[in-house]
Design a protein around this ligand. Sequence first.
Ligand SMILES: NC(=O)c1ccc[n+]([C@@H]2O[C@H](COP(=O)([O-])OP(=O)(O)OC[C@H]3O[C@@H](n4cnc5c(N)ncnc54)[C@H](OP(=O)(O)O)[C@@H]3O)[C@@H](O)[C@H]2O)c1
Length: 204
Amino acid sequence: MQGSVDGRIKQNSWGFKDYHKYFEETAEKIPADAWLVGQVTMQEFSSKQPYVLESGKEDFPKKDFVADQPAKTFAAVIDPAGKCFWDTNRVSTEHVIEVLTENIPIGYLEHLRSKNVSYVFGGKEELNWERVLNKLHDLFNIQILRIDGGGHVNGSFLKANLIDEFSLVLAPVADGAIGSPTVFEVEEGYGARKATQFKIKSVE
Ligand SMILES: NC(=O)c1ccc[n+]([C@@H]2O[C@H](COP(=O)([O-])OP(=O)(O)OC[C@H]3O[C@@H](n4cnc5c(N)ncnc54)[C@H](OP(=O)(O)O)[C@@H]3O)[C@@H](O)[C@H]2O)c1
């Protein structure tokens, strides 16, 4: 992740022309079979065209779909309600995998199939993170997954205790926008949850 000194992550208002560069140069040093983001972040990479869903003419089963395609690296998106639309089944060189819940209109599955985009079901109404990771491993042979945000997806993995390693590019900027997403958006207050401690591996 790339964060401001106050932990915020919406880089487009920070005044850097090439903010993607600092994130990407660091991210590409991390060997990974896939990257994964939330649907808000993926809107930047998915279709900008308006799509109208069919009412679901064909009776598609709500079963995982692994597209027949050649890519060996993947771009996965947490998109429980199917808000990302696709003109192609790739982001750059990576094949797109949609992570859905079963609360999804059949017409959306038809859209994904028509673009040969893979999809997996991570739960009926809520996502079960271990199930999601097991499916990404078993169906796509993803061994190392790089979670690239935003804050809500990071927060979900943090809460589920499923982060092994965390890398932060610290931008020399104070953002200060109250309510703007931060590196980890878990929940209001602390409740029974404690902060997660990391051990420093290296600093540059
Ligand atoms: N600085 C950086 O390194 C960096 C990296 C990535 C993104 N960003 C920025 O971060 C911002 C977006 O972050 P964000 O936190 O608002 O959004 P996000 O994490 O990209 O996406 C959040 C969405 O993902 C789905 N989701 C996340 N956790 C879920 C859960 N536990 N169960 C079910 N669905 C879940 C929900 O979709 P539904 O609403 O459909 O339920 C939720 O609204 C953007 O401005 C982006 O540019 C910055």
